[in-house]
Design a protein around this ligand. Structure first.
Ligand SMILES: Cc1cc2nc3c(=O)[nH]c(=O)nc-3n(C[C@H](O)[C@H](O)[C@H](O)COP(=O)(O)OP(=O)(O)OC[C@H]3O[C@@H](n4cnc5c(N)ncnc54)[C@H](O)[C@@H]3O)c2cc1C
Length: 412
């Protein structure tokens, strides 16, 4: 069969690309290394698939390319249109989770998203070959050719490269897409694990493994800074939860550069509120007979064991509130609002939700996903140098860039 479009990688971006190209009337073949397509969709969102965010936040995407380019890629398929697409595809209203501003499928089941996309590609005439790892991609005269195992070559005028990143590789995927893009002349920025738990040598913290609460985390170096509010969790090796994952790239990038990042956590309220709460409770008519640790855990709902660690870190004894000196109070407030995490690294690609770095956006046309360097080549998804925070933003990116590339390849 003579093919018009070969899609390498049947993940989120590849499936949207294949669907758009097939609906545009092209003969499309998807080559997927794993034994089935869309495996990351299946495990996403803890098996529920956080399919999209409720609100746009292009400014929160991380890329070495200018943020205006990230916006241009996202603008090609606005969030509201993506939402309508998935509601049509899944036959119902997406479930809103207002606290986290996340959207989930009507059934709350990731498998329904994957199956619906796979079914839609096939219904549009696209062909899916799973268990077909691509071993190379190169120019072949006016066309492009992919090589499969056993030296079999498939040539097509258009190839959409959607092989994703390096994180959570499974079922034959090998992140070789970055090397092919580089060999074809593209600038591939150094890749690194992102949206990943932090690690550090801090036995007193590890003893709190399992303790979770809501917090605001900020990480910074001389060069960059990121903040996020949300779930925060002590683990046996360090720290996790959405607020940690969202700032983890700052630590990873600092470590790669041989430097270190500062990471601070603000628990509960801001400085003024904490100070006022402690002063009020210690004043006559307040809760002066209460011990500081009880106040922190009872009135402010900090887990007991964390309250103890905070006092240790602040070097303040667990006294009654009425006996708390001004100096000690200020130290407690500072520790509550800028609690230092001795983070020295991350858990790496094994648990990272995405890969940072990748193909520079400057060399890909945002309006079409077309390579500016290699005729016939399109790129989509995580292989591009951009990722968003936790909350459905990475699928938003994959769907948008995938569809744009598929539509453009269909136009020729
Ligand atoms: C555990 C986990 C949970 C996540 N949850 C969410 C979530 O709820 N919401 C969200 O927005 N994002 C989530 N993400 C991130 C999201 O899954 C990715 O951003 C998204 O899948 C990227 O889409 P992609 O198509 O670019 O890459 P992928 O979905 O990774 O697809 C790439 C595909 O290419 C295939 N491939 C690779 N190399 C080859 C090769 N040589 N030959 C053939 N095929 C190849 C791979 O097997 C894979 O199927 C999660 C990620 C993880 C790891």
């Amino acid at each position: 069969m003579k093919l018009d479009v070969v899609v390498v990688g049947g993940g989120a971006a590849g499936l949207l690309a294949a669907l758009a190209a097939a609906r545009g009337g092209r003969r499309v073949l998807v080559l997927e290394a794993a034994k089935d397509v869309g495996r990351k969709i299946l495990v996403s969102g803890g098996g529920r698939c956080n399919v999209l965010p409720m609100e746009d936040a292009p400014e929160r995407f991380v890329s070495e390319s200018p943020n205006r380019l990230v916006r241009r890629f996202l603008d090609r398929w606005p969030l509201s249109s993506q939402r309508t697409f998935f509601e049509d595809l899944l036959g119902g209203t997406l479930r809103e989770e207002p606290e986290s501003k996340k959207l989930f499928p009507p059934s709350n089941r990731a498998i329904d998203v994957r199956d619906a996309l796979r079914g839609a590609v096939m219904a549009a005439g696209g062909e899916l070959h799973a268990g077909a790892p691509v071993r190379n991609l190169a120019r072949a005269g006016d066309a492009l050719a992919v090589r499969l195992d056993g030296e079999e070559e498939i040539a097509a005028p258009y190839v959409i490269l959607a092989t994703g990143g390096r994180s959570v590789l499974a079922g034959g995927a090998d992140a070789a897409g970055f090397a092919w893009a580089a060999a074809l002349g593209h600038l591939v920025r150094p890749t690194y694990p992102a949206l990943v738990p932090l690690t550090g040598d801090a036995p007193a913290h590890h003893a709190l493994a399992g303790v979770s609460l809501t917090a605001r985390v900020t990480a910074w170096t001389e060069k960059e800074r990121a903040s996020s509010s949300g779930g925060f969790l002590f683990t046996h090796k360090g720290w996790s939860g959405p607020a940690i994952l969202d700032v983890s790239h700052v630590v990873e990038r600092a470590t790669l550069a041989g430097a270190s990042a500062e990471v601070r956590v603000c628990f509960g309220f801001g400085e003024e509120e904490w100070d006022a709460a402690l002063r009020g409770a210690g004043s006559s008519g307040g809760s002066g007979s209460l011990f500081l640790s009880s106040f922190l855990s009872k009135s402010s709902s900090l887990p007991d064991r964390l309250a103890g660690l905070i006092l240790e870190e602040a070097r303040v004894p667990d006294v009654k509130l009425s006996g708390l000196s001004r100096e000690a109070r200020l130290r407690v407030v500072e520790t509550l609002t800028a609690f230092p995490l001795p983070a020295s690294g991350t858990e790496g690609y094994r648990t990272a939700e995405v890969t940072g770095g990748g193909v520079a956006l400057e060399e890909v046309d945002a309006g079409s996903g077309r390579s500016r360097l290699v005729p016939g080549l399109f790129l989509a998804g995580e292989i591009l140098d951009a990722f968003g925070p936790i909350g459905g933003f990475n699928f938003q990116w994959a769907w948008a860039t995938g569809r744009t590339a598929g539509e453009a390849a269909a136009r020729g």
